[in-house]
Design a protein around this ligand. Structure first.
Ligand code: SAH
Length: 259
């Protein structure tokens, strides 16, 4: 896919991706959370097919591949991330068991019923939670699993400042019971739900981001677009710090019902 002229909130996508090439992961999460989600999934074998959609450079994919049998395909629409992903996979000696492909999560290169497990951390929001669940379902075999993280409200009420922020950024955010109902309506059995611990945001996401920003600002000193990206990240982090009692990422693990 060609990212030319694409923007996210007015900021050039290539610049955003270049920034994130300097970080090990591109969204909140940590290896313990990945493994905890994996612990709810059974029936995987050496022949299993696993897809990690919106894999980025593959931080969580490598954790997954180290602990799950079968073949793992990481998919992301940004070629720079997939190059890094494949270099990481080679470095970890996965052979041909793990590979990254460039593609879009709204047009998956898999056959119907081919997958035993669909994974996606911090990425399904790009096409929307409910839409992703419904559209990806056909690629799972009956009884196959899905494990995704998604931004969720922890309470029914929340301060206007953080509510308005999310309505602008991602109005699809909902409460945990609201998301679980969507999982069920999309044709899955909700299997488990847990909140990602705070260090998934602080230690494993915002701290590496702050380091990457130092390098980035040195390279792009005076570049208005780069400074805007940095300002946006700082605002997001400050809001998380202020309002983390009201929202966070939640892992939803589900099993495909029916055929
Ligand atoms: N799963 C990784 C990356 C999360 S960031 C992690 O947790 O660290 C979200 C990722 O989704 C980015 O790598 C972005 O390039 C990718 N993405 C966004 N829209 C996409 C789409 N339509 N198809 C495939 N990947 C997409």
């Amino acid at each position: 896919m060609n990212n030319e002229n694409q923007t996210i909130r007015g900021i050039d996508v290539d610049l955003i991706c270049e920034f994130f090439l300097n970080t090990q992961r591109q969204g909140p999460g940590n290896p313990e959370a990945t493994l905890r989600a994996l612990s709810f999934i059974d029936g995987l074998t050496d022949d299993s097919r696993i897809a990690d959609l919106g894999c980025g450079t593959g931080g969580q994919t490598m954790t997954l591949a180290r602990h799950a049998p079968g073949h793992v395909t990481g998919l992301d629409f940004y070629p720079g991330f997939i190059e890094r992903f494949n270099a990481n996979a080679r470095g970890a000696n996965f052979g041909d068991r793990v590979k990254g492909v460039v593609g879009s999560m709204d047009d998956l290169p898999f056959r119907e019923g081919e997958l035993d497990l669909i994974w996606s951390e911090g990425a399904i929001y790009n096409i929307g939670f409910e839409r992703g669940l419904r559209e990806w379902r056909r690629y799972l075999r009956p009884g196959g699993f899905l494990a995704v993280t998604e931004a969720s409200w922890f309470t029914d009420e929340r301060p206007a400042e953080i509510h308005d922020y999310w309505m602008e950024m991602y109005p699809g955010i909902d409460t945990i019971p609201g998301k679980v109902a969507q999982v069920q309506r999309a044709g899955y059995l909700p299997v488990a739900t847990f909140v990602l611990p705070e260090n998934c945001w602080t230690e494993h996401y915002y701290a590496p981001l702050a380091k990457a920003r130092e390098l980035f600002l040195r390279k792009y000193a005076g570049n208005a677009t780069a400074e805007e990206l940095v300002a946006f990240q700082r605002q997001e982090e400050a809001l998380y710090d202020k309002y983390k009692a009201f929202y966070g990422y939640v892992f939803y693990i589900a099993k495909k019902m029916g055929v």
